[in-house]
Design a protein around this ligand. Structure first.
Ligand SMILES: Cc1ncc(COP(=O)(O)O)c(C=O)c1O
Length: 364
């Protein structure tokens, strides 16, 4: 029998979350952001839940090929554009739309031989200082692209650095609007946080929103808000079972480094899940988990293959009992991925992307 750990991808939750994003940004088209193998969910596994999008946005050319191989004939956008000139051949062949964020990409396009002109998304660096043309250089890049026979339509794009936090989007939005005011073309600005928080504003939602994390059921602005606040559902559950039980007496310690000491009699369970499964090692004593759908806590250190949990709130639990590390338990109780992520000093993004290859995944 294999180890009892398992991840489940919830098709209905993906559909629900997508509908939530559409409601948050009415009339906007939706890019389903499926980079990093659909944020760790698996492009093919998430496909049934996500095929209601208007287009798929990703980074990797191989991932674009996988989306086409699934039969998707609609828009596919490369969020970082091409990495070298020959990537443009694949763009022509697979009809991929691509971001243009630097002069070098325009140079490559200018010498690209294609019968079919490309649709490009011209990216402005409106303040995040990762990819994109500086605002004062943006219009010159637009003019250059517009003159190329290899290009047939230019859309306008930027990305917010603080849509999930108190700094917000105001400054970047103003910069983008000032520079692009009289330029034609569709616009795309908003990630999950911007769509949920500011999607009612037509200038923010533009023609296309680009939600990723919210579609997968993690709150982009946790802990200010949780998934219940945004009416999102976990698209991934990581579950396992108890494979051992120990009865501690006061003074007993648990796990490597003995960094938890029982101060009273304590029954603990040993879970078949560890950092080699993608569970963060930094989740210390107190990190929430569900045992048989009942909330309890980790005690002691996370090790490679095992986690130890306090069974006090679930006295009936024993070997074989269901454990939910994140997601939804059989009894319907939900442990948002954001909670263990925060306890481990990280984000839901990282946990879902880091699900280990050795964890079997099923689609529900
Ligand atoms: C350019 C771009 N757009 C959209 C997204 C989706 O962001 P989120 O997952 O926060 O919704 C990302 C992700 O980082 C991105 O890089």
């Amino acid at each position: 029998m294999p180890r009892p750990i398992q991840a489940t991808i919830h098709t209905a939750a993906l559909r629900h979350n997508l509908a939530r994003m559409r409601a948050a940004a009415p009339d906007a088209k939706v890019w389903g952001v499926v980079k990093a193998n659909a944020y760790g969910h698996g492009i093919e596994r998430a496909w049934e839940g996500l095929r209601g999008v208007d287009g798929f946005a990703l980074l990797d050319l191989q991932e674009a090929e996988r989306v086409r191989a699934l039969g998707w004939r609609g828009p596919v956008l490369l969020l970082e554009g091409v990495f070298e000139a020959r990537d443009l051949e694949l763009c022509s062949r697979l009809n991929l739309w691509h971001t243009v964020h630097c002069d070098e990409q325009i140079d490559m396009l200018a010498v690209h031989k294609t019968h079919q002109p490309h649709r490009v998304f011209l990216k402005m660096n409106s303040g995040m200082n990762r990819l994109g043309f500086a605002p004062e250089r943006y219009r010159a890049a637009w003019t250059r692209l517009d003159a190329l026979p290899q290009v047939d339509e230019i859309s306008l794009m930027t990305h917010f650095s603080d849509a999930d936090g108190p700094r917000g989007i105001e400054r970047q939005l103003r910069t983008f609007e000032d520079i692009t005011r009289d330029l034609p073309g569709e616009r795309t600005l908003a990630n999950s946080a911007a769509s949920l928080r500011f999607g009612a504003d037509s200038a923010v939602r533009g023609e296309w929103i680009r939600p990723g994390i919210a579609v997968y059921g993690s709150a982009p602005d946790f802990p200010d808000h949780d998934i219940a606040h945004w009416d999102l559902r976990p698209a991934m559950t990581l579950s396992s079972r108890l494979i051992g039980v120990q009865q501690l007496v006061p003074g007993d310690t648990v796990g490597y480094g003995s960094n938890f000491t029982a101060d009273a009699p304590l029954r603990i369970g040993v879970v078949a899940c560890g950092y080699a499964d993608g569970y963060p090692r930094h989740c210390n004593t107190g990190t929430p988990v569900l045992v048989e759908g009942v909330r309890t806590r980790i005690v002691g250190r996370v090790s490679m293959d095992m986690i130890t949990v306090d069974l006090t709130p679930v006295p009936q639990a024993g070997i074989g009992s269901e454990v939910t590390l994140w997601g939804r338990a059989v009894n319907g109780a939900v442990l948002p991925i954001d909670e263990p992520a925060r306890a481990g000093g990280t984000l839901g993004y990282e946990l879902m992307c880091a699900l280990a290859l050795r964890v079997p995944v099923i689609v529900e």
